[in-house]
Design a binder for this molecule. Sequence first.
Ligand SMILES: NC(=O)c1ccc[n+]([C@@H]2O[C@H](COP(=O)([O-])OP(=O)(O)OC[C@H]3O[C@@H](n4cnc5c(N)ncnc54)[C@H](OP(=O)(O)O)[C@@H]3O)[C@@H](O)[C@H]2O)c1
Length: 252
Amino acid sequence: MSQLNNKTAVITGGNSGIGYSTAKKFKAEGANVIIIGRSSEKVNTAAKELGVKGITADVSDLSAIDNAVNQIEKEFGKIDILFVNAGIFSPIPVGQISEKIFDNLMNINFKGAVFTIEKFLPIINDGGNIINLSSINAYTGMPNTAVYGASKAALNSYTRTAATELAPRKIRVNVVNPGPIATPIFGKTGMSEEQLKGLGDMMQNRIPLKRYGQPEEIAEMVAFLASDKASFITGGEYNVDGGTNINPLLIA
Ligand SMILES: NC(=O)c1ccc[n+]([C@@H]2O[C@H](COP(=O)([O-])OP(=O)(O)OC[C@H]3O[C@@H](n4cnc5c(N)ncnc54)[C@H](OP(=O)(O)O)[C@@H]3O)[C@@H](O)[C@H]2O)c1
């Protein structure tokens, strides 16, 4: 039986990578799916491919989130699942962190996530659930990720408190921490092909399963957490990382 029949789900950053794969999975499990993204061209193309509703909104712009919520409420009424996935990765070393990069990372990855939830809460059904997309970088000291990792660590901390406060409404709130996943995110950093390959090779060597994850492997976990099968799970954090966070001192 389909896990998400009769559920309405919103996915931010749904036009690409993990969000796109999750939209496909949610739809296959019977949900009505709405994807949100910042580029109308990309959102419209993805929505058409997926056969879902697409809405353009930049999650770092609170009034844009308000507009998206109003549009969804008018068209769909209340929703059951909110997948807070939109995010960016901007590597920058300590000592060279500019205010612009700091604000951009925090505004999208943390402030954007918090206010997506704030704005959607009035239209989430009691008994619904929220899944936040963080990263194992919330717990690592990987070079160049001080601000990115902090933006995700803040989200994990927020998730725990939100899970407590939303429990009276029976709204479950969980977080998924992916390891390196093969998506377009790395190509959006401005790194050269050579730098990207070097980073890819280095990371791959550090992963016990010796490969990047696929976005579909994150979508499986998100769909499980969104479903009634996870009915007793809230405030949880799940690493989907090929074992990266074990931090093996030696790689077999
Ligand atoms: N890939 C990994 O290795 C990895 C690992 C750990 C965590 N993550 C996290 O996973 C999430 C999804 O990333 P991904 O790897 O699937 O990358 P992706 O393919 O680049 O997808 C990110 C999505 O977020 C959207 N987005 C970015 N900024 C936005 C904004 N201000 N407003 C609305 N939408 C916005 C992007 O839109 P555009 O297409 O227009 O850029 C895209 O749809 C992110 O939160 C990322 O930090 C990824």
